[in-house]
Design a protein around this ligand. Structure first.
Ligand code: SF4
Length: 379
């Protein structure tokens, strides 16, 4: 799979163990690696020459050999409800995005794992644009570091932080960028640095079954499954990759996830599409096929985008659907859309008349930075 490599490697590419091993290999004291780690991930310091307890020779070495930059910001949009959308540009000029959603009790950051996506879900604007490349681990991590800096969320304080919920629900299929995803999670959860709890991180997948249990074993984070249909036929139309990763296999795999990852339950995400997957029969079948899985369900009203012929189910149909699932004993929530005024939903940015008034640079940026379904933004 393609992955862009900038000339000067990022210092954020190292896990703590790798950084320590690198320092040892270069004949430097191990504790220097810990000092550097502390600057990067406790204080958010991105200038080597400001790391006051490092010797001058080490600062020069780091300066000459590594970049210490988070992704370059191409554009920021802020919604009336406080939701922020950041459009980043990689060193190759390709663009990706992250969204911050402040709520009363928590702050959620939704990050991207790829630029574009080849899963091709029919309801997703990102999916309609094809795949460009994987994000590197430092680009994934860099979205979090950038957001923390912009929100004034340093030094790291696990008891009182502005971002305390991380969701891999932005552009791309995270499990198709597995190694970089795991490395980023490893750094995010490092006790000597950012110290996110594994239970505060959720990875959303369209159902790449052969990576689901490895994810449980390697990270122990929460799992969300973009389900969207409960019969093989219907799901294969909405999510073409279902022809390869069958629903039957997906349910059998997901059933083992909570125990293996020591998480409470799996979340099934389900976009509500009028006359497609929103009937009472669909709801009853839903309850039946997930029987025995420790799960909760999140129903998502579809955010229509220009060019899509799909329509969202009406509120009444969504409530009816939810009721059937609740009566079957499941926790079933209905997602509120956030950031609608900044067109935070997938693909809305590209064709919005409001955006057609922007200059071409902005428009190009926006066109390349549509996100996907979850976080209530892309579908
Ligand atoms: S919903 Fe997710 S997996 Fe599906 S096309 Fe969009 S980004 Fe890819």
């Amino acid at each position: 799979m393609r992955e862009f490599k900038p000339l000067k490697p990022s210092v954020f590419q190292f896990s703590f163990a790798e950084l320590t091993a690198f320092f040892e290999e270069k004949g430097m004291a191990k504790f220097r690696a810990k000092q550097l780690w502390n600057w990067l991930y406790v204080h958010g310091q991105c200038a080597f020459n400001q790391m006051s307890n490092l010797p001058g020779s080490l600062k020069v070495f780091l300066e000459n050999n590594f970049s210490c930059e988070t992704p370059r910001l191409a554009k920021e949009l802020t919604s009336n409800d406080g939701t922020k959308k950041w459009l980043f540009e990689g060193p190759d000029g390709k663009r990706f995005e992250a969204v911050f959603i402040p709520e009363r009790s928590r702050g959620t950051l939704c990050v991207s794992s790829q630029i574009g996506c080849f899963v091709g879900c029919k309801f997703c604007r990102t999916g309609s644009q094809g795949f460009e490349r994987n994000l590197s681990a430092d680009e994934v991590l860099g979205q979090v570091l950038f957001a923390k800096t912009l929100l004034g969320d340093w030094p790291t304080n696990p008891q009182n932080r502005k971002i305390n919920n991380l969701v891999f629900m932005g552009m791309g299929e995270p499990l198709f960028n597995y190694e970089n995803l795991c490395k980023a999670v490893n750094i995010l959860t490092c006790k000597s640095g950012l110290e996110f709890s594994r239970h505060d991180i959720t990875v959303s997948t369209s159902g790449i079954t052969d990576k689901i249990l490895p994810l449980a074993r390697d990270t122990g984070v929460n799992l969300a499954v973009s389900l969207h249909a409960v019969s093989e036929e219907k799901r294969s139309v909405l999510i073409p990759i279902n022809k390869t990763y069958k629903l039957s296999e997906l349910f059998a795999t997901v059933k083992k996830y909570p125990e293996m990852s020591k998480t409470d339950r799996v979340t099934f995400e389900y976009v509500m599409l009028e006359d497609i997957n929103d009937s009472e029969d669909d709801a009853r079948l839903f309850a039946q096929v997930i029987k025995g899985i420790r799960a909760k369900i999140n129903l998502i009203p579809f955010n229509a985008w220009d060019g899509s012929e799909l329509k969202s189910s009406c509120q009444e149909a969504i409530e009816r659907f939810a009721l059937i699932l609740r009566k079957a004993g499941y926790i079933c929530t209905i997602r509120n859309s956030r950031g609608q005024d900044i067109m935070a939903a997938c693909g809305q940015l590209k064709t919005s008349k409001r955006f057609l008034k922007l200059d071409q640079l902005q428009l190009d940026s926006v066109e390349k930075a549509v996100d996907k379904s979850n976080c209530g933004r892309s579908i």
